[in-house]
Design a binder for this molecule. Structure first.
Ligand code: PEP
Ligand code: MN
Length: 345
């Protein structure tokens, strides 16, 4: 195990690291004269790793033997995640769009056709909705899932939908092309393990109060089950200013593209919370290196069951798709287009 210690470590903190190392049976050796890299010789164990993580003097654990981290870029090429016709990563950019929640059959079919026509390869829509209040609309649940199954059969568009409970993973997995793990569930390890075991692609949204490291560790739960099809999603973090619903952390997007080989996408809708800001935030996300977008779209914002203020009209989604093609082309990336029936082109 290799520890990177904090710079100018006070002697008592250094002492705490060395004492713990010896207590756990490791032989500590400094690698540099600056005393920042400390190699611990011995058999690395995951439970030891968390003991070191808890010490204030430890900045990072760089190599933990058997507990190496699967998300790390470490010179690896991009992981390409595929679902339905969509491809994320390795120079491919894909668009996901649809309502916040599944509301009715005619509405879902109408939106699926619209977003597909404008360039979405995947339809989003929650059957189970994670709401801040138990009194808000909680989704159509199993009935919503059935509508998603029908719309997939009718239009051919792939489905991304949220799973909230490990007990629903089987049922959702039978319909969805990709599981969505919402911001409120990001650290639900039982759920992460279950979708990891199921093996279908996972869209993991960053919690509004999670650090980048916590997001990567949540991804690690899925990866450790042998499921390597994980996409990270930046959807805005909580800030001090209510002008926008959240703060889109474009710096985190740029950082993640370097720190991990996993695809990264941006959700400009939950970041903005306002339909007028969705398009500029979508542009910023793609410019920062995102491999795709997930956008809330609804033809009649006055009738939306949840998140109405941030839904954009289908034609605005079309403009976002057009922007994305231009911005992605700047660094030779390509937007994956849905294959439509000739009548729909
Ligand atoms: C959603 O995608 O509708 C949603 C609830 O998002 P988040 O989990 O990011 O809040
Ligand atoms: Mn929503």
């Amino acid at each position: 195990m290799l520890l990177r210690l904090r710079k100018a470590l006070p002697p008592e903190q250094l002492q705490a690291v060395l004492e713990l190392a010896r207590e756990l049976g490791y032989a500590p050796h400094f690698l540099e004269s600056g005393k920042e890299l400390l190699r611990l010789e011995g058999v690395g164990r995951p439970e030891h790793r968390s003991r070191f993580e808890d010490l204030v003097g430890v900045a990072a654990i760089l190599d933990a033997g058997s507990a190496t981290e699967l998300h790390e870029r470490a010179g690896r090429p991009d992981t390409v995640v595929t679902a339905g016709e969509a491809r994320f990563g390795g120079g491919s950019v894909s668009l996901i769009a649809g309502p916040c929640a599944v509301e009715s059959w005619p509405r879902l079919l109408e939106i699926a056709r619209e977003v597909q026509k404008h360039g979405a390869t995947l339809l989003r829509g929650g059957a189970w909705k994670p709401r801040t209040s138990p009194y808000s609309f909680q989704g159509m649940k199993g009935d919503g899932l059935e509508l998603l199954r029908r719309v997939r059969a009718e239009t051919g568009i792939g489905i991304v939908t949220e799973v909230l409970d490990p007990r629903d993973v089987e049922a959702v997995g039978a319909v969805a092309d990709m599981f969505q793990i919402g911001a409120r569930s990001m650290q639900n390890s039982a759920l992460l393990i279950e979708v990891g075991r199921y093996g279908k692609p996972v869209l993991l949204k960053r919690s509004f109060s999670a650090t980048v490291r916590e997001l990567l560790m949540a991804a690690e739960f899925v990866l450790a089950q042998g499921n390597r099809q994980v996409i990270l999603c930046e959807r805005g973090v909580r800030g001090f200013d209510p002008t926008t619903r959240n703060i889109l952390d474009v710096g985190a997007v740029a950082h993640l593209k370097r720190a991990t080989h996993l695809p990264v996408i941006v959700d400009p809708s939950h970041a903005a919370g306002r339909s007028d800001l969705v398009r500029p935030l979508a542009r910023a996300g793609i410019a920062a290196g995102a491999d795709g977008l997930i956008v809330e779209v609804h033809p009649d914002p006055s009738e939306v069951h949840s998140d109405g203020s941030q839904a954009v009209l289908p034609h605005t989604f079309g403009e976002i798709a057009a922007d994305t093609r231009v911005i992605a082309a700047l660094d030779r990336r390509r937007v994956v287009e849905p294959s439509l029936a000739p009548a729909e082109r």
